[in-house]
Design a protein around this ligand. Structure first.
Ligand code: AMP
Length: 411
């Protein structure tokens, strides 16, 4: 790697999509804003279909988004198309300035507690985790294989969604089921969105003018997927997602917590197959299952028009959120801050107001005018008298993946 190799390409490979960002970490080290370090960003979607779409935004060059549609057969073709777009902006993947490629990997099990340079052994281990992450790890593996084939000489780093949660104590991570059965099948709570919980908890400490070790934070990552975490002194001690990202909060299309006996009931009484139940709970439940919409903007619009189904879905969503805030307050003992992040957490003021409403006895309150401010910056929305700071802290998983990747390859 040459001394001026300061760029990191971040890849987030899904089953039929690739999201990417190219960042310059030299500028990040200089304390540049997150926006300042981003050179290009984009997305390839509907890979494998005839209507694949590539949307590429050359941020450094200041141009608008370039869109191309047409068949992109597989991840290999997708990455080559991305490489072509980057090359057109003078940011080609063959550039000596590219230091590494950082891959988002959803499941790292217990083995991967930190970002890891990918070699054949590491790749095999990620493959070994496919049975516990059948919906996610295969796509991540495809992305890694493709990128390695394209630049075999370049360090490739896996940044795991589970890593931040590996500090959870055994009493939080274990389900109360037969230990031998659980261990034989690696059944335990792993947690996800770890890169976001890590980043947001540190940014929240920064907002309070403290070191991460000095503060206890409840992070509420509310996107289409949603999870809560309890972070004590910078280390995760509990999180709401479990063996898979299905457990915990009500999400866009996932149910979150249900009595596990619902599954047996659906099998025995409704005659549903396991895959159908999987699809029901992961893709047809949550806000979508409750009211037919999974976008919080649309749900709020319907509520404003007096739609009762949308109002009930919102109330169920908020009730679950409140339960987790209460639970994590008890787990942490003392809470310094509650941080809202991701699409809903950053943008939906009514969700933040409703989730904190009535929690004055826990020291939590939201100031209506601060809550109404729209901004891309981390900010406090609690009144000065509140014992617990309530904050909106935009997440940036790509920047965090790039930061961890760059730190590892330049160590
Ligand atoms: P994410 O998964 O973090 O990208 O979040 C996506 C979700 O954020 C969408 O499904 C919307 O429900 C929600 N969202 C985005 N923008 C807004 C907004 N302005 N108001 C309310 N919800 C929003």
């Amino acid at each position: 790697m040459t001394a001026n190799a300061t760029r990191v390409l971040v890849l987030n490979s899904g089953s039929s999509s690739v999201k990417y960002q190219l960042l310059d970490m030299a500028k990040a080290a200089d304390g540049g804003s997150a926006a300042g370090v981003r050179l290009a960003a984009g997305l390839v979607e509907r890979i494998g279909e005839t209507t694949s779409r590539l949307a590429h935004t050359p941020l450094a060059a200041g141009g608008g988004t370039r869109e191309t549609t047409g068949p992109i057969a597989d991840h290999d073709a997708a990455l080559k198309a991305v490489a072509g777009e980057l090359a057109a902006d003078g940011l080609g993947l063959d550039s000596p300035e590219l230091a590494a490629i950082g891959h988002r990997v959803v499941h790292g099990g217990l083995k991967f507690t930190a970002p890891t340079v990918i070699d054949d052994v590491v790749l095999k281990e990620i493959e070994r985790l496919v049975p516990v992450a059948p919906l996610h790890n295969p796509a991540n593996i495809t992305g890694i294989r493709t990128a390695r084939a394209l630049r075999p000489d370049l360090p490739q780093v896996a940044v795991f969604d589970t890593a931040f949660h590996t500090t959870m104590p055994e009493h939080a991570a274990r389900y109360a089921i037969d230990v031998a059965t659980a261990d034989a099948h690696r059944i335990r709570r792993y947690g996800f969105h770890g890169t976001s919980h890590d980043y947001v908890s540190r940014r929240t400490a920064e907002l309070l003018g403290k070191a991460p070790e000095e503060v206890n934070v409840i992070v509420l990552h509310l996107g289409n997927g949603a999870s809560a975490s309890a972070v004590r002194g910078g280390r995760c001690v509990d999180t709401s997602m479990g063996l898979t990202p299905l457990e915990g909060l009500v999400m866009g299309t996932r149910s979150g917590d249900v009595d596990p006996a619902v599954t047996f009931h659906l099998e025995r009484v409704a005659g549903m197959a396991t895959d159908e139940i999987d699809e029901l709970l992961n893709k047809k439940s949550g806000l979508l299952g409750l009211c037919g919409d999974n976008d919080m903007r649309e749900i709020r619009r319907r509520i404003d028009e007096g739609d009762e189904r949308a109002a009930l879905a919102f109330d169920i969503y908020i009730h679950r959120l409140k339960k987790y805030i209460g639970a994590y307050t008890a787990v942490l003992g003392k809470v310094d801050a509650v941080a809202f992040t991701a699409g809903v957490g950053e943008n939906a003021a009514p969700v933040r107001a409703a989730a904190i409403d009535g929690l004055e006895e826990l020291g939590m309150a939201v100031d209506a005018s601060l809550n109404a401010v729209r901004s891309g910056e981390p900010r406090l929305i609690s009144p000065a008298y509140a014992r617990v700071a309530v904050a909106v802290v935009p997440t940036d998983e790509e920047l965090e993946i790039a930061r961890q990747t760059y730190a590892l390859v330049t160590a």
